[in-house]
Design a protein around this ligand. Structure first.
Ligand SMILES: Cc1cc2nc3c(=O)[nH]c(=O)nc-3n(C[C@H](O)[C@H](O)[C@H](O)COP(=O)(O)OP(=O)(O)OC[C@H]3O[C@@H](n4cnc5c(N)ncnc54)[C@H](O)[C@@H]3O)c2cc1C
Length: 596
């Protein structure tokens, strides 16, 4: 098939803070260089017209961006020292910081806010808005910005050098056939391709494996943040107030914590983070968040308010030892894609921006040298090592891994780090860690009634969440929440969630884990349903696959409601058999996180 080829010098994949900062900074470096050469103030030749593209899978810039967010402005200040005068959309400077420990019924205020959670001098922002604004700045500077353009494949030459990306096809129906509006994806050729896809990038995942960029590194681990915006009836929680909580509802073996940020116009921004290395297969991060709101402190705060927005997204948490190699021939990795988030502070925006800027500096040097090899682009890693990113991450290099041993030992280690400069337990430079899905234990380890057949299975989650009901006022089921994420996907397209072996879902997974995809997905994408076709013995299953049976004696199968997907990537990360592969859907599909 003939595909259109577009030639660029640099293609940035993903319009997040990392890549947008990178693209913007690069335009300035080039402009300054060209002007200086023309004036005779710098040796060398002008670089001429350098074509820079940023592609984004969301319908608009920021549509798929979800964050807390309290932003350390360090990165933005370096990118744009006059960001306030330039109209950066900031909600409020942080004015108050609280840290609470929640027991089942009480909220105990810590007299001291732990230093990593002190946010004086920082800003509460909607990262959705900040990203859209950064995108405008890029366009003004001459960057080609393409929303609705998902990077579907990385392009390589015969020597495995990265030569660009192929964008996704449009107009394919659910059977895989071309519709009248069919448009093949475009090959975007580039001297340098920068992956800034955020956590668990679908291209980065394949590429890191193919080019072995994680050799000798710890496996990357993640958390998931589930969030709602609420409109409050009065000024009970002012803009600029920041509260972080620990304790309820997480048990001591599960990494978790909550946030409550005051935004403008009486909007309350609340969310709960659950480590995606939890043990209990019945745990449901969305349900954890709903329980969080049931705590008397939260319930009182939200009383009389109205939930207006919902979203969920994963957070990269492995830190320093889990960072992949940051470069290859024709390629750089930036932002969360490279694992630059400081999980102790739950902050990654500043480092994402800085990494984008450092990538721009390395690309600029490569353009001047006319050399896009790994050897040349290695300069980026050197710049990252010399910047403030690495000292910040090294200080907390064992933070998340220590929570493998439970909350209290994790916290003890977090305290010790201050004295030891980041060593684990004051001794070890590097704690070994495991990919999060390996932590999940089987149903039998918890004594759940996982061996029961039939409709009882549908209630299995209730064995953990005995007291959770969705009242539509304070607590919401997943479908109601997903409605508030404004998700849209054309339903007549192939599912972008590839389950590589459906047989496992209907057999082993039922018995061993009780189909945890139904719970770890915060958007009700995965659902075990009665397989009506199987009632006629006509379900096309392999011989001998009895599968799970409902009470009515019907086999059950996994149904994938992909149009609900909020692009959080939890399924790709947490599936215990690692048979779910998240790929990009048709461009423009997904959530619309306005104001989040
Ligand atoms: C719940 C939550 C709370 C957080 N709280 C804070 C906080 O309070 N403070 C803080 O500093 N940080 C916080 N973070 C982290 C912060 O949001 C990230 O570190 C930061 O957004 C990373 O920027 P990025 O550009 O690397 O990636 P992202 O912001 O994830 O942007 C990536 C972009 O790439 C797009 N994309 C992905 N794949 C493709 C593809 N194949 N083709 C085209 N486009 C693609 C995505 O749609 C997205 O727009 C939080 C994160 C979460 C999830």
């Amino acid at each position: 098939m003939e595909r259109e080829i577009l030639e660029f010098d640099v293609v940035f994949v993903g319009a997040g803070p990392a890549n947008l900062s990178g693209a913007l900074h690069l335009t300035r470096l080039i402009k300054t260089h060209n002007e200086a050469v023309v004036k005779g103030e710098r040796d060398g030749k002008p670089l001429g017209e350098i074509e820079i593209a940023v592609i984004e899978k969301g319908a608009t810039l920021g549509a798929h961006i979800l964050s807390g967010a309290v932003m350390d402005p360090k990165g933005l200040k370096e990118l744009m020292p006059d960001f306030i005068e330039q109209g950066a959309p900031l909600e409020a400077p942080v004015k108050e910081d609280y840290f609470l420990y929640l027991t089942q019924k009480r909220a105990i205020r810590s007299p001291l806010t732990p230093p990593p959670l002190k946010n004086h001098g920082y800003y509460i922002v909607s990262l959705n808005r900040l990203t859209a604004w950064l995108g405008e700045k890029c366009e003004e500077a001459g960057v080609n910005v393409f929303p609705e353009f998902p990077g579907a494949d990385v392009l390589y030459d015969e020597a495995d050098r990265v030569t660009g990306v192929r964008t996704g096809d449009k107009g394919i129906d659910k059977e895989g056939k071309r519709k009248p509006n069919y448009e093949p994806g475009v090959d975007l050729h580039a001297k340098v391709t920068v992956l800034g896809e955020g956590p668990r990038g679908s291209l980065a995942k394949q590429l890191i494996q193919r080019l072995n960029l994680n050799e000798g590194r710890e496996p990357q681990v993640y958390s998931i943040g589930v969030k709602e915006l609420w409109e409050l009836p009065d000024d009970r929680y002012p803009a600029g107030r920041v509260t972080h909580t620990l304790g309820f509802p997480s048990d001591a073996h599960t990494y978790g914590g909550g946030w409550i940020y005051g935004m403008q116009n009486r909007i309350l921004n609340i969310g709960y983070v659950t480590g995606l290395d939890y043990q209990d297969p019945l745990l449901d991060p969305h349900a954890e968040f709903q329980r969080y709101k049931q705590h008397p402190f939260l319930a009182k705060l939200l009383d009389g308010g109205k939930m207006i927005r919902y979203g969920a997204k994963t957070i990269v948490a492995g830190g320093y030892f889990a960072m992949p190699r940051l470069y290859a021939d024709g390629l750089l990795l930036v932002g969360d894609c490279a694992g630059f988030l400081n999980s102790q502070r739950l902050k990654g925006i500043h480092a994402a921006m800085k990494s984008g800027m450092l990538a721009a500096e390395a690309i600029f040097a490569a353009l001047v040298a006319g050399d896009y090899s790994a050897q040349q682009l290695k300069k980026y890693e050197q710049l990252v090592n010399e910047s403030w990113i690495i000292p910040e991450l090294r200080k907390v290099r064992n933070f998340h891994a220590a929570f493998q041993h439970g909350r209290w030992l994790g916290l003890a280690n977090a305290g010790l780090q201050f004295v030891t400069g980041g060593r684990a337990w004051g001794l070890f430079d590097r704690t070994k860690s495991e990919a999060g899905h390996r932590a999940m234990k089987k149903l039998s380890a918890f004594g759940y009634r996982g061996d029961k057949k039939g409709e009882e299975r549908g209630d299995i989650t209730e064995q953990r969440y005995t007291d959770l009901r969705f009242d539509g006022k304070l607590t919401f089921n997943k479908l109601t929440d997903v409605y508030h994420a404004a998700v849209g996907h054309d339903e007549d397209q192939p599912a972008h969630l590839h389950v590589l072996d459906l047989n496992i879902c209907a057999t082993r997974c039922v018995e061993e884990y009780g189909n945890p995809c139904q719970r770890f997905c915060p958007a009700a994408v995965y659902e075990m349903v009665d397989d009506v076709a199987s009632a006629n013995n006509n379900d096309g299953r392999p011989e001998g696959n009895d599968g799970d049976m409902s009470a009515a004696g019907t086999k059950r199968r996994l149904q994938i409601n992909f149009s609900n997907c909020v692009h959080c990537k939890t399924c790709d990360i947490m599936d215990p058999y690692q048979i779910i592969n998240w790929v990009t859907p048709e461009g423009g599909g997904g959530p619309d996180y306005k104001g989040m």
